[in-house]
Design a protein around this ligand. Structure first.
Ligand code: ATP
Ligand code: MG
Ligand code: MG
Length: 547
């Protein structure tokens, strides 16, 4: 596929491997401030995939240098999700917070070399001094403090003598640089906050643009793959690596376009808002694009990896059709799941010439496309349920299902001909009546006449009742589109009470099935109980998506 060999990152790596570099080393560096989503999966597949392909290594690193938004709950979920996707960091699990001492040493080195200074400007003043793309910035009045004064003030910042926001440490680079990131960027700030790993040991914290290149250099990362918005930060990344003294095989930052998907929110901040506002049933709501949501919904790691492979890696931002992910899961489940009959919108079908009280077991293949999945028996009785949409009082052209006077096959059983139907006072069809032809039994070799439609059915007396949750896209708009709004699809969840063949009573939590002529389903791991099976529809069988 495109992702495996064709993209520009491979060219960079192959070029680097022709030089002094012996082995590549990548990393996946999530900030533990939320659950991973399908966009992160793209980065995971890319980083671990490159390491696997080129015989290198990939670290899992928690980029946890910001104490306020992070939590161990997220750390645990990230570990689980990366493993579930099928990747192994072995003994290479790191925390950026474990390098706090090292960042501090580098900051002191910069101060001693006259390359960093303590600045007393407020955030607002700093914004004004920074200038704009078309106008150079103005130097801070604190820029020329002596090395001694800077060392003393920085130590006092570290010792907690100053309040949050009162001072920063800034790199002394170039206030007239055309790249605003190089205009004396802040590299340390004061934050009296308890960190989930280091507790109250620190009250100054490094900024991302300072910490991240150091994390990569400390771990011996050769290719630091990040998303496009960091392209303008690359000169600063390179500056930090060089000034810190990591000159041998320095890490190389490479940017790629982040994944966006139609009808999908893809930002931890916005996803957290949905969770906190109670609009969804937690981070693992089956509608969420989080890895845990996709897992609960029934997506497989194989389908997600296939998706990441197919979307490929490029520099240009684009929004991928959500239908592609649906395509990948259908493709993966096609020959893996058993097909059972479930009726989701039942109407009763009575076979008036079939003996009352008789239960006839009929044999059905578990998956016609996968003979190795074997077969099962299903009970056929005088009263059945069929789908309401499989009957039309006045059939339109090309309606090959049931209608007065029309004959169809009941899957695995007999031909039936509709003779009559009953309506309630409101005009709804409540019962369909038919007769069956005993000679037409499936497997009997009957060839007397043909029918155009085959319907699935479930015995009205021998069945299992279950709940089926039918999901649709969570968002109405494309929330990542600058003009897109965060409007939830009011029809993103529809709950149905349904009837399924008795064989379903053996289903385990997390087991997947195809409901014949409808879609793929999974037994929900959370809401299923001894009393009730709850199914999530992973994806419907129908697709308008074209590859
Ligand atoms: P978000 O905006 O959703 O919080 P983030 O980039 O802040 O995302 P991080 O935890 O820092 O989240 O991400 C870890 C890694 O995953 C980073 O290297 C980042 O580039 C990558 N990543 C995050 N979102 C996407 C995405 N939509 N597509 C591709 N890669 C992504
Ligand atoms: Mg980030
Ligand atoms: Mg973020």
């Amino acid at each position: 596929g495109l992702g495996a060999t064709g993209n520009f990152i491979h060219s960079y790596i192959q070029e680097d491997l022709k030089g002094e570099l012996k082995k590549i080393h990548t990393r996946f560096p999530p900030e533990p401030n939320g659950y991973l989503h399908i966009g992160h999966a793209k980065s995971i597949c890319l980083n671990f995939g490159l390491a696997n392909l080129y015989g290198g290594k990939c670290n899992l690193r928690f980029d946890d240098t910001n104490p306020t938004k992070e939590d161990v709950e997220y750390v645990d979920s990230i570990r689980e999700d990366v493993k579930w996707l099928g990747f192994d960091w072995e003994d290479r699990l790191y925390y950026a917070s474990s390098y706090f001492g090292r960042y501090y040493e580098v900051a002191v080195k910069l101060i001693k070399e006259g390359k960093a200074f303590v600045c007393d400007l407020s955030a607002e003043e700093m914004r004004q001094y920074r200038g704009t793309l078309s106008a150079p910035g103005k130097e801070s009045p604190y820029r020329n403090r002596s090395v001694e004064e800077n060392l003393e003030l920085f130590e006092r910042m570290k010792n907690g003598e100053f309040p949050d926001g009162s001072r920063t440490l800034r790199a002394k680079i170039d206030m007239s640089s055309p790249n605003i990131n190089m205009r004396d960027p802040v590299i340390y700030r004061i934050a009296h906050a308890t960190h989930h790993e280091t507790g109250d040991a620190w009250c100054i914290y490094p900024m991302y643009d300072f910490a991240h290149p150091l994390e990569d250099a400390i771990e011996g990362i050769t290719h630091s793959i990040c998303t496009m918005e960091f392209e303008d930060h690359r000169p600063l990344y390179d500056w930090v690596v060089k000034e810190a003294g990591y000159t041998e095989n320095p890490p190389r930052q490479i940017e790629f376009a982040r994944l966006g998907m139609t009808n999908t929110v893809m930002s931890k901040r916005k996803l957290r808002a949905l969770v906190e506002d109670g609009l969804v049933d937690g981070w693992d709501d089956p509608r969420m694009p989080t890895i845990s949501g996709l897992r609960r919904r029934g997506y497989t790691p194989e389908a997600i990896r296939d998706f990441c492979e197919r979307i490929g890696v490029a520099k240009a931002n684009s929004i991928v059709d959500s239908g592609l992910l649906d395509y990948c899961i259908r493709d993966d489940l096609k020959t893996k799941t058993k097909v059972v009959m479930a009726v989701l919108d039942p109407v009763k079908l009575v076979i008036t010439n079939y003996p009352e009280g008789q239960v006839e077991m009929v044999e059905l293949e578990n998956n016609p496309e996968a003979p190795q999945l074997g077969s099962r028996m299903a009970p056929f009785t005088r009263e059945l349920y069929i789908e309401r949409e499989d009957f039309m009082e006045e059939p339109v052209k090309k309606f090959f299902r049931l209608a007065p006077g029309k004959e169809v096959r009941l899957k695995g059983a007999y031909f039936v001909t509709c003779t009559d139907f009953v309506k309630d006072e409101a005009g709804n069809v409540v019962e369909i009546r038919c007769t069956y032809d005993p000679e037409t039994k499936s497997g009997s070799g009957f060839e007397g006449r043909k029918v155009k439609g085959t319907l699935h059915w479930v015995s009205a007396t021998e069945n299992i009742q279950a709940t089926a949750r039918l999901y649709d896209y969570m968002m109405l708009d494309n929330p990542e589109d600058p003009n897109g709004d965060m409007i939830m699809n009011p029809n993103s969840l529809e709950v149905r009470e349904c009837f399924i063949e008795p064989v379903i009573s053996e289903a385990q939590k997390g087991e997947r099935f195809q409901f014949m002529r409808n879609g793929y389903y999974i037994v929900d791991t959370k809401d299923t109980s001894e009393e009730k099976l709850v199914f999530n529809r992973i994806v419907s069988l129908k697709s308008s998506f074209k590859l």
